[in-house]
Design a protein around this ligand. Structure first.
Ligand code: GDP
Length: 522
């Protein structure tokens, strides 16, 4: 098979959602729908929403699917599917955001009973910023939820994206009867936990469907459907692929209902690996020389060793185990022999991979997040990974002042690696670190202790809203604890506002000072 043919088979995506919206349940059903684990029975989720490891191991053994905490890989139809996990809950960190730089599309799950929730908005914004196509699955239609039209309106308003309902639900909760599949012109009847029945539009008049068709809810929905056909937005694949329109599917991951049609449509529409921006222009996925970038480094996967694994997204060419590649940042050659398996069939080694695949490479403490690896004579680097808006801030000091040298070294390295973001107080030079989730602090503390032998003291200054100042000099009397003045690593001033109120108050008082939100989505 040519490289292009291999690339055309790849579908690499992430599922984003707020905790409890149904990500675990849907993922499980996607695996089932590939006929991969039908006989393995239901995978029971633990309360935390995570798969029970033993169940996974059983499934892996039976079907040869590789499931790690971060990447799932399985064949579906003619495709090779890679699903990247975006951890939620207390595991939320910058890694969660960075994972989105390694996918070609995203499935957004919304709980119909709750509508859009906080974590979904955050992740969505990153997708939007990067123009990643987003497919929406509105889950839990078997429960009493919000009106479908209200849900679409909320998506359009809060997320500022056009919606196109691929199907339209009839009733919900106890009254849930099924969906009109607009694309295939068929009614899909909901039969509870039993298999769904498919009725083509032109068979709806048949006598056996009389009770369905005469139902008041059905009739009402028919009216809505006509309205959608006439007045709704037109479907545009171009708009979907540029991230300006999201196809919306209603269903129930638990039943499961509507999952198979959703997945079939999604997998055909979702983009294959695209050319990627680099310092030397766009790099095509079928370029013969291998290249890729590192979007995540996981330390201490095995507590017995100080192993680190770098997660690499292949962007071009063919990866082969044992090959020598160049680390673009340093020009050094590295042999990629110890590769971790995130690719199907056996767990320990990956022999080859193509654009879209994710591989884990052993990190001899040489890599940084965002690093580019290349084969051949060329030298280029993929676009730097973006920084993400830190929300939680803490002052950090070394417990033992005698260790300030190691403390600074550790801090510097972890910042470069992208584990945390660093700011300095002004005019008092204190160290302030920023992160998007609490987990990052735990990792920071742990690594400072175990890798740099420094115990740190962290003092929370709470959630903050960062705004940058376009000023060379500042009048320090304008700032205090509620609007804290700090500098970033480039020496640019910014203010950490305690809350919205403090931000507005400052803005009113200092109308001439421009406050810049570096993370605003355009
Ligand atoms: P995650 O945190 O997003 O991974 O969510 P889970 O998949 O663990 O689901 C959270 C809870 O919602 C679990 O109790 C699921 O059984 C339940 N759930 C998921 N999908 C559905 C659905 O379609 N209908 C109903 N009624 N419950 C669901």
């Amino acid at each position: 098979m040519t490289i292009q043919e291999e690339v055309n088979k790849r579908k690499t995506f992430a599922i984003i959602s707020h905790p409890d919206a149904g990500k675990t349940t849907l993922t499980e059903k996607l695996l089932l729908s590939g006929n991969l684990i039908r006989s393995a029975g239901t995978v029971k989720g633990k309360k935390s929403g995570k798969f029970a490891t033993s169940d996974w191991m059983e499934i892996e053994k039976q079907r040869g699917i590789s499931v790690t905490s971060s990447v799932m890989n399985f064949p579906y139809k003619d495709y090779k599917v890679n699903i990247l996990d975006t951890p939620g809950h207390e595991d939320f960190s910058e890694d969660t955001y960075r994972t989105l730089t390694a996918v070609d599309s995203v499935v957004m799950i919304i709980d119909a009973t709750k509508g859009i929730e906080a974590q979904t908005i955050k992740l969505f914004k990153v997708c939007k910023m990067r123009g990643i196509p987003i497919f929406t699955f509105i889950n839990k239609m078997d429960r009493e939820g919000r009106e479908p039209l209200a849900l679409l309106e909320q998506i359009e308003e809060v997320l500022e994206i056009e919606t196109f309902p691929m199907n339209w639900p009839v009733g919900m909760g106890k009254q849930f009867m099924g969906i009109f599949d607009r694309q295939h012109e068929q009614f899909v009847k909901y039969n509870g936990n039993e298999e769904e029945t498919i009725i083509p539009y032109n068979e709806l008049d048949n006598p056996e469907n009389q009770t369905l068709v005469e139902d008041a809810t059905y009739q009402e929905t028919l009216g809505e459907l006509e309205l959608l056909d006439e007045a709704g937005d037109e479907f545009s694949l171009d708009a979907v692929l540029s991230g300006d329109q999201t196809p919306v599917f209603f269903g129930s991951a638990l039943a499961p209902f509507g999952v198979q049609t959703f997945f079939d449509t999604f997998i055909d529409m979702a983009p294959n690996p695209n050319p990627r921006k680099s310092t030397e222009g766009l790099v095509s996925p079928d370029k013969p020389d291998f290249s890729g970038f590192i979007f995540k480094i996981q330390a201490n996967m095995n507590p017995a060793h100080r192993d680190r694994v770098a997660f690499l997204r292949v962007c071009s060419g063919k990866f082969e185990r044992g090959m020598s590649v160049k680390l673009a940042r340093t020009g050094k050659t590295i042999k990629l022999s110890q590769t971790q398996q995130f690719v199907a069939s056996s767990r320990d080694t990956v022999e080859e991979a193509y654009a879209g695949d994710i591989i884990g490479v052993y990190d001899p403490n040489a890599y940084r997040i965002g690093d580019t690896l290349i084969e051949g004579k060329d030298n280029f680097a993929y676009d730097e990974l973006p920084q993400f808006p830190p929300e939680l801030f803490k002052r950090v000091t070394a417990k033992n002042v005698m260790k300030s040298k190691q403390f600074k070294k550790g801090l510097e390295q972890l910042v470069q690696e992208g584990a945390i973001q660093l700011f300095t107080g002004y005019p008092m030079e204190t160290y302030i670190i920023g992160a998007v989730g609490e987990l990052q602090y735990q990792v920071f503390e742990h690594r400072m202790k175990h890798e740099y032998n420094v115990e740190v003291v962290l003092e929370s200054i709470g959630e903050r809203i960062p705004r940058w100042l376009n000023l060379e000099k500042v009048d320090t009397t304008m700032f205090d604890e509620r609007n804290m003045l700090v500098k970033d690593r480039e020496g640019t001033f910014l203010v950490l506002f305690k809350n919205d109120f403090a931000l507005r108050w400052f803005r009113d008082k200092h109308k001439d000072v421009e406050l810049i939100d570096l993370f605003e989505v355009n």
